[in-house]
Design a protein around this ligand. Structure first.
Ligand code: IMP
Length: 443
């Protein structure tokens, strides 16, 4: 039996895992919500550690579809405590709207904990996000326009507003006024926009204090205590590896650290507490927003993947750019996130193709690369090199074990596993919670 086949047949050791990170390996929208939700049943805490309401997780439970933007998807499992860590930027209006909508559908969403150190997305961040994008013109980043980048910029600039600031009205008013002094000068003099009133912003933020009071806590203490007690803590990555501000396709990235290491910074647990890192990889590739995407299909094949996969943004409704599975993209994520497992999603979307291409290299200035290039210039010039696998026509959405899959489907999965170099532990074959093939336990 080959090493790759052995990885799938799985005779691996089962250890008790308590700190587990889920991270997207491509450009987001890999179906992390489904994998997180899958684990959520046995998980005690689910933590968002980076990003804000730029994320979009679609989870289908008992035929009901939930689109979550800020709350961790574990919220749909009643036994699990959802946590918003210090690394998240929080639009409080969106937070409470999302909580209220879930409550109206019978989900006990009022049990969310939020870090006192999480930063707040204020109304001026949203304005600046849109104005600066417009100003960039054709060099725009294609942000979600939710104010995420400007909120992180203020955090690093040390002029951000944190959740705890709302509990000291005088401090809050001073901080908002100081921050707006700079921003209003920019808005009025550079962008030709009206000034924003500091009093109105502070008043708007203060209206959330009563609802925030029971939720705000030192989430680092809560999570470390939970880990000490052997509880299972799941760190739910938003966005994805290639949108990471350090390792993604900069500058076409988000402004935080969605990679696995970001789970430590964004929640206050140390690296030695992370036992497992599960990378979520879609069986093909998508990207929203601008930026390099060497395998992008601009033809009917791309359009078919978009339609078959329902590839339209959960947050903005934008059509996603589509391409075949790019092994270089996922391979880099495997290295930098030190993945222990891969969860392959949306394999059913590939049903019906005669041949399924896989990107196995890039042609760059006459050179053949088998790993992502070091520089942005090279990536912009990269042309995909494909290898072709046989497709399948059988419906795989009802399959629940690897051996039940058609031989060509198995061969495709095994080839991806070989290219990634990490065992594939789960496969999604449809949007429903039960439409999953588990090969190795994640916990
Ligand atoms: P921002 O995070 O709104 O600043 O957007 C920066 C880039 O990240 C844009 O290309 C967005 O489309 C992309 N992005 C942000 N969040 C997500 C996500 O959850 N899924 C996919 N792309 C995202």
């Amino acid at each position: 039996m080959s090493r790759v086949a052995r990885m799938i047949s799985g005779t691996g050791r089962k250890a008790i895992m308590t700190g587990i990170v889920i991270v997207g390996t491509q450009w987001g929208d890999e179906g992390k919500g489904k994998a997180t939700d899958q684990l959520g049943e046995s998980v005690d805490y689910v933590v968002r550690y980076s990003g804000g309401n730029n994320a979009g997780h679609t989870v289908v439970v008992a035929g009901q579809t939930y689109a979550l933007h800020l709350l961790p998807s574990g919220i749909l499992n009643p036994g699990c405590v959802p946590v918003i860590g210090n690394g998240v930027v929080v639009d409080l209006g969106v937070l409470f709207e999302e909580i209220d909508q879930l409550m109206a559908r019978g989900v006990r969403a009022d049990r969310v904990l939020i870090s006192a150190n999480a930063h707040v997305i204020a109304p001026y961040h949203r304005v600046l996000d849109r104005v600066t994008e417009r100003f960039l013109g054709k060099r725009k980043l294609g942000t979600t326009g939710r104010g995420v980048g400007p909120a992180y910029a203020d955090k690093v600039n040390r002029i951000g507003i944190r959740v705890q600031d709302l509990f000291d009205e005088s401090i809050l008013r001073q901080k908002v006024a100081a921050c707006l002094e700079q921003k209003n000068a920019l808005l009025v003099k550079v962008y030709n926009r009206p000034a924003i009133s500091a009093t109105e912003v502070a008043d708007e933020l203060l209206q959330y204090v009563d609802r925030l009071r029971p939720m705000m806590t030192d989430t680092s203490v809560v999570l470390n205590d939970a880990l000490d007690q052997g509880k299972v803590v799941l760190f739910e990555g938003a966005q994805a590896h290639h949108l990471d501000v350090d390792f993604g396709t900069y500058p076409y990235v988000t402004s935080s650290s969605p990679i696995a290491a970001g789970a430590c910074i964004g929640s206050g647990v140390g690296p030695t507490r992370i036992d497992r890192v599960v990378g979520i990889a879609k069986a093909y590739t998508t990207r929203v927003g601008e930026g390099p995407f060497p395998g992008e299909l601009l033809d009917e094949a791309g359009e078919k993947l978009r339609q078959d996969g329902g590839e339209f943004g959960t947050t903005t409704g934008r059509p996603r750019r589509c391409g075949w599975f790019d092994a270089l993209v996922v391979n880099q994520a495997a290295r930098i996130n030190a993945l222990t497992d891969v969860f392959l999603t949306k394999l059913d979307v590939l049903t019906g193709w005669d041949k399924i291409p896989i990107v196995v290299g890039y042609q760059v200035n006459g050179n053949r690369l088998t790993a992502m290039p070091m520089t942005q210039t090279e990536l912009h010039h990269a042309q995909p090199i494909y290898e072709y696998m046989d497709g399948w026509t059988e419906d795989i959405t009802t399959k629940r074990s690897f051996s039940d899959l058609p031989a060509t489907t198995q061969a495709y999965v095994l080839r991806l596993q070989e290219l990634i170099g990490v065992r594939i532990s789960g496969i999604g074959v449809g949007p429903g919670r039960e439409q999953t093939i588990m090969i190795h336990d994640l916990l």
